[in-house]
Design a protein around this ligand. Structure first.
Ligand code: NAP
Ligand code: MG
Length: 483
């Protein structure tokens, strides 16, 4: 126990059961419709970040494995998938969607065990949204002519896809569903700390009877991603992850014909005006930064509060923080789960030290923490300057940087003063103010009087160093066709 718990609500444990979960002790690579051993690669552990216990062993793919996966995808593309009728492509994708729904409870538990996010979120957000993405793009498979009127959309071929650890199954769905709907085949690499739901998805893909080689999943560390990016027979690279790796990918493919979409980091402004519904705004601030331990590229990590309501917002925000339950992600009452990895926890703690050194005032929930596992209770900094690193750099943890403003012009300038441009939130009673703000802010997604709302029908993506291309909605199809 590190700290004295002062949370206002003490709740009895309400653990989700794990009886219905079937996991193997080790997983191979999913290539050409089957789980296979690596050609020369080793195995590594995937652990539960809340207990540090090993859950299963994952295969580290080699360059030879990646080559095999790309060849399987190419053969499946040429011989089967490009000849499958659009309506039949849709049928397979619908089947995958329905199987995800059927296995939702199992997938939710695995997501939480492997990644540390609260079961409430994997159960209510990650898994239902993953199914919804497959349902949505299944519907487009035979309607592409309507998405691109008077033009002839053609698939790109083999898509190489690399995803991060913050929404493992959901990111796989964002990548795979539109690729298949548009007639491409796939080689996907999940993040090394969260491969399990992608591997369970392979079992679902087998059950759905998807032709062998249409989806291939290769596990491992960064070099496996690089091998996909650099493979000469990959036609398209779709990457979600850090801006640093994204820039490297762009450089690596600069002299090739490969098409590319990048979904990178963010440093979103969440802006509260004095005419906002303050209680709802406080809920939105909490959801914006503490949801999923702040492991959200579009997290509302910079809060801007209009000066006249600063005291009220901060009083209510701290009060609400004190009600949050941090701990066992498998408990249905947990609001904030485990940090995804030891490495990420170190990075967050470094930023907390940087913030203190920069002279900002620090506030953190005092919470009993389990002895094992990786934990960071929700925290915030006030008295933050625009130039502070905690106001400029992506932390990817439950750390909020709070600043104040007086005028609309001032807050727009401050909000846009970052290399990123992924998302933002605006809280105000006035529609005209909202539209004025959204027109002037450089952010791909702007939420009005809400935060972190997702839907497969709406496009998502960034400006500036947050990347390019859109995922989701009709716009998401454009990333997987040539016109
Ligand atoms: P990351 O290091 O960029 O990793 C993302 C993925 O790329 C992982 O699968 C990773 O493998 C792989 N990878 C690492 N080095 C590579 C290389 N040289 N070539 C190809 N692939 C490589 O990012 P992360 O630390 O896992 O995730 C956090 C970051 O992702 C944050 O900055 C966040 O903002 C961003 N993110 C953005 C979005 C968005 O939609 N814009 C969504 C989620 C996350 P390993 O896991 O084995 O390292
Ligand atoms: Mg894990």
């Amino acid at each position: 126990m590190n700290k004295v718990k002062t949370s206002l609500w003490k709740l009895d444990p309400a653990p989700e059961s794990t009886d219905h979960v079937s996991l193997q002790s080790s997983y191979g690579l999913f290539i050409d419709g089957e789980f296979v051993e690596s050609e020369g690669g080793g195995m590594f552990d995937t652990i539960n970040p809340a207990t540090e216990e090993t859950i299963a062993q994952i295969t580290e793919a080699t360059d030879a494995d990646v080559d095999k996966a790309v060849k399987a995808a190419r053969t499946a593309y040429q011989k089967v998938w490009s000849k499958t009728s659009p309506a039949d492509r849709g049928k397979y994708i619908y089947r995958i969607a329905r199987l995800i729904q059927e296995k939702a409870r199992e997938l939710a538990v695995i997501e939480t065990l492997d990644g540390g996010k609260p079961i409430r979120e994997s159960r209510d957000i990650d898994i239902p949204l993953a199914a919804a993405h497959f349902f949505y793009y299944a519907g487009w498979a035979d309607k592409l002519a309507y998405a691109f009127p008077n033009r002839t959309p053609k698939p790109l071929g083999v898509a190489g896809q690399i995803i991060p650890w913050n929404f493992p199954l959901l990111m796989a769905a964002w990548k795979i569903a539109p690729a298949l709907a548009c007639g491409n085949t796939v080689v996907l690499k999940p993040a090394e700390t969260t491969s399990l739901t992608a591997l369970k998805l392979c079992e679902i893909i087998q059950q759905a009877g998807l032709p062998a080689g249409v989806v291939n999943i290769v596990t491992g560390h960064g070099p496996v991603g690089a091998a996909i990016v650099n493979h000469p027979d990959v036609d398209k690279v779709a990457f979600t992850g850090s801006t640093a790796v994204g820039k490297g990918i762009q450089t690596a493919i600069a002299s090739t014909e490969k098409s590319c979409t990048l979904e990178l980091g963010g440093k979103a402004a969440n802006i509260v005006f004095d005419d906002a519904p303050i209680d709802q705004a406080v809920e939105g601030i909490i959801n914006g930064i503490y949801f999923n331990q702040g492991h959200v590229c579009c997290a509302g990590s910079r809060l801007f509060v209009q000066e006249s309501v600063f005291e009220e917002v901060m009083r209510k925000l701290k009060h609400r923080i004190n009600t949050l339950n941090v701990g066992d992600p498998m408990d249905k009452n947990t609001d904030v789960g485990a940090i995804n990895s030891h490495k990420q926890l170190q990075r967050i703690n470094e930023y907390i030290e940087i913030g203190k050194d920069e002279g900002a005032d620090f506030y953190q929930l005092e919470s009993d923490l389990p002895e094992k596992g990786f934990w960071c209770p929700p925290c915030l900094f006030t008295g933050v300057a625009q130039s502070n690193r905690i106001a400029q750099e992506e932390i990817f943890g439950p750390v909020l940087a709070v600043q104040t403003f007086r005028t609309v012009a001032e807050v727009i300038k401050k909000a846009n003063n970052t290399p990123y441009g992924l998302s933002a939130g605006v809280w105000t009673d006035k529609g005209s103010k909202l539209f004025n703000m959204t027109a002037q802010m450089r952010a791909g997604v702007i939420w009005a009087n809400t935060y972190n709302k997702f839907d497969p029908t709406s496009p998502f993506g960034g400006y500036k160093e947050s990347g390019f291309g859109r995922e989701g909605g009709m716009h998401g199809l454009a990333a997987y066709v040539k016109i």
